[in-house]
Ligand binder design. Sequence first.
Ligand code: PLP
Length: 493
Amino acid sequence: MIYLDHNATTPVDPEVLNAMLPLLREHFANPASPHPAGQAVARLVDRARRDVAILAGARPRDVVFTSGATEAANLAIAGVLATAPPTRRRVLVGATEHPAVLAAAHAAAELHGGSVQTVRVHPSGAIDLAHLRALLHPMPPSAAVPSPIAGPAADPGGSGGSRGRGEADSGPAGDSGPAGEGAKVALVAVMAANNETGTLNDPRPVAALAHEAGALFLCDVTQAFGRIPVSVTESGIDLAVASAHKIYGPKGTGALIAGRSVRARLTPLIHGGGQERGLRAGTLNTPGIVGFGAAARIAAAMMDDEATRHRAQTELLFDLLVGWLGAGALEVNGPVEDGTGRPGPVRLPNTLNLRFVDADADAVQSCLPDVAVSAGSACHGTGNEPSPVLLAMGRSATAARESLRFSVGRFTTVDQIHAAAATVARAVLRVQSLRAVGSGEVPQPAEPGEPERRSAASDRPAASDRPAAGWADEVTPTQGQTPELPVPRSALP
Ligand code: PLP
């Protein structure tokens, strides 16, 4: 199995596991117990708190351990709205936020009589700061001019993929509650890095705009944490959420990171023994927390090297796929390099989201039993629902259904990238040729053992777009034929 789904979850690093095991064996005591055994565990928890805080650019006392980023987001949003004055219960959420934030915002708004509005993103997926500013400072109804454009904002540069406007419109959502009209904004939620596309948002301008309007700023740093530098304090983030299982730590552990003045404005979701300064009751998950700390320490040490390696691997993957399929057969969902259409620099180094034209992503995935990737639709409901993230970026429903996310990780090798590219290319060509057969475009798919035929892709550039390095010399793809694969066939499904 070639695992290219590290944005969904990561394997536990063996060093992390080693750090956790003593907590399940000899250091089993409760860290709240005053006896020496308990206090020894409390010291391990303190160390983990410090390591998580260092990676987040925050103070140890700002770290509240939770069961994950989802719980942390719920605590942050419900906690803020529960104590916000009735005239300030509007929440603004980025259009491409994770369901952990979106659903928590809607639930909290419903519970506390607030409202939720969506902030548009550019076609690259980056937050539209002008739209955020407009939502923070709405014009009086008489002065408001309806916008003729309801899709994603025009991109100031670096947008990716198809520029076509989506069938589903991501324009400003209607208020979801009675506090919509004229209410002040309590909270702005904009993520640091998107889980599907890797698009990055600079938190600083978002924080400045939120604070100028008297609102708090919640930043979901779950995907950025440990992959790119994050500084909660320096960026002006009031509330950040993170998760251990995205950084080679265990599942079921995460954190809310919030400064003291903000913590004082939160109400807990879980009531009980007063752990975590009264914000998250319940005996601490000490193996998970110590594992989170170890994972944070390792991530801090490896971040720069990993970012360089992962960027090279995702670029190689893109080049190989272009080599197999032709440049016209792929579109990057996310930031692209100006002029070239290649994946751009302002993205998570490990993430590549691609549309394969005329190849349904679920069908491609079903031809990839030995490569773990994710269709954009993966965590959104049942059936082949197009990804709301891609729709919000202006992709059509068809483009969104033809998109796959690749996310490399700590243990991904260059050989795996070569093998995955060949396997994915073959799966895409298979799906395209079956589709073409279904529509009567070409007579037959290839017989087993014979080279497959290009179908709908046959008019796309192929040989001229191949990367020059290494493997390209081994094969010469010809128009209308699938090239021989640059890995032993025995390695392929
Ligand atoms: N936020 C983002 C951006 C994510 O990618 C995820 C996980 O998929 C979450 C939040 C939820 O994290 P957890 O699984 O720790 O609840």
